[in-house]
Design a protein around this ligand. Structure first.
Ligand code: ZN
Length: 300
């Protein structure tokens, strides 16, 4: 599938996307953050800031400069990854605005016996919202209405927000134009992710504003491609296992032929997420139980 990697982050500058909606990208580029985390500012006299990003004081200063004296009414957080939520506490210190949105960090499932959580370093475990939003909650601020859409998968607490009547949706790390999302156990869950894609496909919004990279036009077509990309991956895993029992590293080497070997660990977690889902659906068995090192077989 085609990704869009054409993006100028314009660090330190608030870029107006539509009247009353600006994007400010933090200078935290990397293999999993693309050019950096996007913060969004909604409103003019009264503001809502979406995802103030990592602990990066220069980015918080840039947000305050862009606010230019307007009142920050609320700080909205989509999910608890260290590149999205810790900046909320810095911004709260400076503005007194409440932190609202996603729940405290939690994994999609309990740890397996002897499992070390490979995602621990990416989780913001200090996030504690002043007000938690759940699926369907309407939140009024900055003269706008935002609808909360629970979209677990990338993380268990992931939220998207739709601006009512504008056809726009903040998709955070659930749907991004530059890359597929990381869906990795135990923090993430493939079945949840697929259901969360279906949830967006049932909605009318056509433009998504992601947590990394540029605006996604024709977003429902793109989300549908993401869904089919995962379904194809699932079929490829089942086909591979029909040939012979296999381990996750073997599946990765067979299926991710165009991927730099430095990304194999991340690919392995993605395959693990598929295998977890296939096992729950009774299509795959794991010798000795699910784990990153188990031998997997296809059930008849
Ligand atoms: Zn994330």
């Amino acid at each position: 599938m085609q990704h869009d990697r054409d993006f100028d982050p314009c660090y330190g500058e608030a870029i107006e996307l539509t009247p009353g909606l600006r994007r400010l990208t933090a200078r935290n580029p990397g293999p999993f953050t693309f050019m950096g985390t996007n913060s969004y500012m909604l409103g003019s006299q009264r503001l809502v800031v979406v995802d103030p990003g990592p602990v990066l004081p220069e980015h918080i200063e840039a947000l305050l400069r862009a606010a230019d004296g307007a009142t920050v009414e609320a700080i909205l957080v989509t999910h608890t990854h260290v590149d999205h939520s810790p900046g909320a506490r810095l911004l709260k210190e400076k503005t007194g605005a409440p932190i609202i949105g996603c729940a405290a960090h939690h994994a999609a499932r309990v740890l397996l016996a002897n499992e070390v959580n490979p995602l621990d370093a990416s989780a913001d475990k200090d996030h504690s919202p002043d007000h938690q939003l759940v699926d369907g909650d309407i939140f009024d601020a900055a003269e706008l209405s935002l609808e909360t859409i629970a979209t677990p998968g990338h993380t268990a607490n992931h939220l998207c927000f739709a601006i009512k009547g504008e056809g726009l949706l903040f998709s955070a790390d659930h749907v991004m134009g530059w890359s597929t999302s990381i869906v990795a156990p135990p923090d993430g869950n493939m079945r949840d992710y697929m259901q969360s894609l279906d949830k967006l496909l049932d909605r009318p919004e056509e433009i998504y504003l992601p947590g990394h990279g540029g605006k996604i036009e024709d977003a429902r077509v793109y989300a549908d491609q993401l869904k089919h990309h995962r379904l194809n991956r699932e079929t490829a895993i089942l086909t591979h296992l029909a040939g012979a029992d296999s381990t996750i590293p073997e599946i990765v080497r067979a299926l991710y032929t165009n991927v730099d070997p430095s990304l194999y660990p991340a690919a392995g977690l993605s395959v693990f997420a598929h295998l977890e889902d296939l096992s729950e659906r009774g299509l795959v068995a794991a010798e000795g139980g699910l784990s990153l090192s188990a031998v997997y077989s296809k059930l008849p």
